[in-house]
Ligand binder design. Structure first.
Ligand SMILES: C[S@@+](CC[C@H](N)C(=O)[O-])C[C@H]1O[C@@H](n2cnc3c(N)ncnc32)[C@H](O)[C@@H]1O
Length: 259
């Protein structure tokens, strides 16, 4: 079966200028009052959640496991004239990709990417991210609200139809299968219609290991992070608590170096 991230063009069909501006407003709220001039996103993908940061004056660095997603990110950054340093790297091997003592004001993993690795691997990924955060800097994660997904046993996730430039209508439905070991397969069913007839179908499977919020909080505390702020994604949503939101993010502040 084809891999979703080899089809970066298709992955990006949900994206548009409105979502770009939402991501920008999200970061404005997340970074308000915080000194973040450099940011590394270790699951930058095609840059949907990361590129809008450039408009806030942040110097961007990104890494990802998928060359196709990085290539797409490079193209999009080029069109917007955004400088970005991109590297091919598994976030379980960040120590190898960034071995020159590089440090950033913020190291992020965006787009619900951490659950691609098992819960047992998460502490080491966070420790490697932490080594790239300057003292007094930030570690940022955003994810689907897995606690809620596990609690409600949600199975279907429907997107509003998207109307494409070529006149086609794209429908995307996700159907989530649960496995005995606690992992889940997200079946992504894309259909493309012209004049109310389906003319193209694409199916992808993504395998996830649900992560509970508590695991992340415990690991960040173990790494000596303080002031861990939980926010909805997008963070400017009023009246929704992060624990009830479909997506949330956490921003953790690393202690200043002790003198
Ligand atoms: C849902 S996409 C999110 C991309 C982007 N952050 C966004 O919000 O559009 C998940 C990304 O995680 C990347 N990914 C999955 N496993 C990874 C790993 N072990 N190391 C680095 N990147 C990984 C995929 O290649 C993909 O680009």
């Amino acid at each position: 079966m084809a891999k979703l991230y080899d089809r970066a063009d298709l992955y990006d069909l949900l994206e548009n200028e409105q979502r770009y501006q939402i991501a920008k407003r999200h970061w404005e709220r997340v970074l308000r009052g915080r000194r973040v001039q450099t940011l590394l996103d270790v699951s930058v993908g095609s840059g949907n959640l990361t590129l809008p940061l450039a408009e806030l004056g942040v110097e961007l660095h990104g890494s990802d496991l998928s060359e196709a997603m990085l290539e797409r990110c490079r193209e999009k950054a080029g069109k917007r004239e955004i400088p970005i340093d991109l590297r091919l790297s598994d976030f379980r091997r960040l120590d190898e990709a960034f071995d020159g003592g590089a440090v950033f004001d913020c190291v992020a993993s965006t787009g619900n990417s951490l659950p691609y690795v098992t819960n047992a691997e998460v502490p080491d990924v966070l420790a490697q991210m932490d080594r790239l955060v300057r003292p007094g800097g930030y570690l940022y994660l955003d994810l689907r609200n897995w606690d809620r997904i596990l609690e409600t046993k949600q199975r279907f996730y429907l997107y509003n139809p998207t109307f494409l430039d070529n006149g086609m209508r794209m429908n995307l439905v996700q159907v989530w299968d649960r496995h005995g070991d606690g992992s889940m397969t997200f079946n992504l069913l894309y259909t493309f219609e012209r004049e109310n007839r389906i003319v193209q179908k694409e199916i992808f499977e993504e395998h996830y290991f649900p992560i509970k919020k508590q695991l992340l909080l415990e690991e960040l505390e173990r790494l000596d992070y303080e002031e861990i702020e939980l926010m909805c994604l997008p963070a400017f949503l009023d009246g929704v608590k992060p624990e009830n939101a479909e997506w949330y993010c956490m921003l953790a502040h690393k202690q200043e170096a002790r003198t």
